[in-house]
Design a protein around this ligand. Structure first.
Ligand SMILES: NC(=O)C1=CN([C@@H]2O[C@H](COP(=O)(O)OP(=O)(O)OC[C@H]3O[C@@H](n4cnc5c(N)ncnc54)[C@H](OP(=O)(O)O)[C@@H]3O)[C@@H](O)[C@H]2O)C=CC1
Ligand SMILES: O=C1O[C@H](COP(=O)(O)O)[C@@H](O)[C@H](O)[C@H]1O
Length: 490
């Protein structure tokens, strides 16, 4: 994080300031940014949520929540930020609130501002209209930007409607659709691994790659988020955003330049090439599961349907796996297998590229059919790194090709520190760099791919899998049918 120029002076207005995202991720990121000099005392925060609190109580509530972090070497930075943190109680569904907000911001002399929607998506539209009608997006000589959290819509239609609503008030160049996976160093590194290394990009295509697997496995269960989760499900919570962003980084063409226009164009082109599954594809190529009681890392986890806020007859999935095809010259015929789920045996996010076998080998004891395939594993979290599985001759009189592994670990070279990933994203919003944010057409394209799956999943039930396992059996069968298997978790 070091080596950045300080972002221009600005006020960050956070809607949902009393919520989990603000306390757990946004404010800690601001503390890290202050420590790294990415923001300074020209930066301020105005938190907005329903509960009545004074500025001092709001600051205290942040400290209570994150005291460990603040004590952990960031105390000075927090003290610097603390005095710049203010709070305004208000109900964002109340039209009168926005003129009060305007009055307050005018009185404070607020120029540059970012309105950050860290609040329930059902409130996005009223807030955007409220800000627009109060003229809060237009201030001469200053920028006014909008940052919108996920989920951006719940299907293609609603995403399109939300985009249209926002564009009534804000230009596309001032809209920052957040996907926090793009703030992760290892996700950004997919571009560097591919486009800064000739030996990697040279084989990154259908001629050499047999299949690609993208996994985001979590040990976490739904915890306290039952109500939100039961209405959303793993497919919509994770796939059109996080998994598709990883997929786009992995499969897109090299952008002409590493700027927002080129990178976002390359990603959009890729999403546009993913084949939209028809009813038969959904039946054959998708798997959904819901966890039953079990143990994750020694801790007892109850069945999903018994979690707080979850309907006892819930049909919501906590696991999703799918096989997708990309209809373009680079990837035609190469299956992309995606899986993500909660309460699994390991936390493990990775991209695995399995290579095709060599065309011919005759080593007496080893033929092509008996030799394991080469495999490149981009380990996104938690053991950040890259490894390459290949074959080497085992010393001895025979020629015995034997599996070995070459390993790069981030920890051996770089400090990832306690960064949340939001530091880069907030800094980019303040400095006006949209490279790591989603463009409207890409969000809508992603929903178009997922919509037929969620529609088909309205009937039937997810397959049970034990909490602490690797997921439902049908997910293994999805690959076994193609004579392949998932890369082991962990
Ligand atoms: N939490 C996370 O890890 C992640 C969250 N997100 C997204 O971020 C957003 C926020 O999530 P999260 O922080 O978990 O949500 P929470 O439910 O924890 O917080 C919601 C906040 O919104 C406020 N609020 C609700 N209704 C109103 C209203 N009518 N007027 C003013 N304020 C209101 C609440 O205020 P009060 O407390 O005063 O009632 C509370 O501060 C969602 O879009 C979510 O999908 C995205 C990625 C990760
Ligand atoms: O957006 C979300 O992401 C988290 C996983 O993010 P990570 O950075 O902790 O890997 C997921 O748990 C949550 O359900 C989803 O809403």
């Amino acid at each position: 994080m070091a080596g950045h120029k300080t972002a221009p002076p600005a006020t960050l207005v956070i809607f949902g300031a009393g919520g989990d995202l603000t306390r757990r991720l946004l404010v800690p990121s601001l503390v890290h940014m202050m420590a790294a000099g990415m923001i300074d005392d020209q930066f301020s925060v105005l938190g907005v949520s329903r509960s009545e609190m004074s500025d001092a109580e709001f600051r205290q509530s942040l400290e209570d929540f994150d005291v460990g972090e603040v004590e952990d070497g960031y105390a000075k930075a927090w003290q610097k930020l603390r005095g710049k943190v203010q709070y305004m109680a208000g109900d964002v569904t109340d039209a009168g609130f926005y003129s009060q907000l305007r009055e307050r911001m005018d009185k404070d002399g607020a120029g540059n501002a970012v309105f950050y929607l860290a609040i329930s998506p059902s409130l996005f539209e009223p807030i955007i209209d409220g800000l627009g009608e109060a003229g809060l997006f237009e201030v001469k000589g200053a920028f006014r930007r909008l940052a919108v959290e996920k989920p951006f819509g719940h299907d293609a239609r609603s995403a399109k409607a939300l985009n249209a609503r926002i564009l009534r008030w804000v230009d596309e160049e001032d809209i920052y659709r957040i996907d926090h996976f793009l703030g992760k160093e290892t996700v950004q590194n997919i571009m560097v691994a591919r486009f800064a290394n000739a030996m990697i990009e040279a084989v990154w295509n259908r001629q050499y790659i047999d299949n690609v697997q993208i996994t985001v496995a979590e040990r976490l269960d739904v915890g306290t988020r039952g109500e939100f989760f039961d209405a959303t499900g793993t497919l919509r919570d994770m796939v059109p955003n996080h998994l598709f962003q990883i997929l786009a980084m992995t499969a897109m063409e090299p952008p002409n330049r590493f700027d927002a226009a080129s990178v976002r164009e390359a990603k959009s082109q890729l999403l546009d090439a993913i084949r939209i599954p028809n009813a038969k594809d959904v039946k054959r190529d998708t798997v959904r599961g819901a966890y039953t009681a079990g143990h994750v890392g020694g801790n007892k986890v109850g069945a999903y349907e018994n979690a707080d806020g979850v309907a006892s007859d819930s049909r919501t999935e906590t696991y999703a796996a799918l096989k997708l095809e990309i209809d373009n010259w680079r990837w035609a015929g190469v299956p992309f297998y995606l899986r993500t789920g909660k309460a699994l045996s390991h936390k493990d996010s990775e991209v695995v590229l399995t290579f095709k076998p060599v065309p011919y080998a005759d080593f007496r004891d080893a033929k092509v059919s008996t030799m394991p395939a080469n495999r490149l594993v981009l380990q996104l979290q938690p053991k950040e790194g890259i490894s390459l599985d290949f074959l080497a001759k085992k010393p001895g009189a025979d020629i015995k090709p034997t599996p070995v592994e070459m390993q790069f670990s981030y920890a051996d070279y770089f400090e990832l520190g306690g960064s949340t990933g939001y530091e880069t994203l907030i800094y980019d919003i303040l400095t006006g760099d949209q490279t790591l944010f989603q463009r409207a057409d890409a969000v809508e394209a992603a929903w178009r791919i997922v919509d037929p799956i969620s529609k088909a999943w309205k009937s039937g039930k997810p397959e049970p899998y034990r909490a602490g396992s690797a997921g439902p059996k049908a997910a293994d069968e999805l690959l076994e049918r193609d004579a392949r298997q998932w890369h082991a978790l962990g």
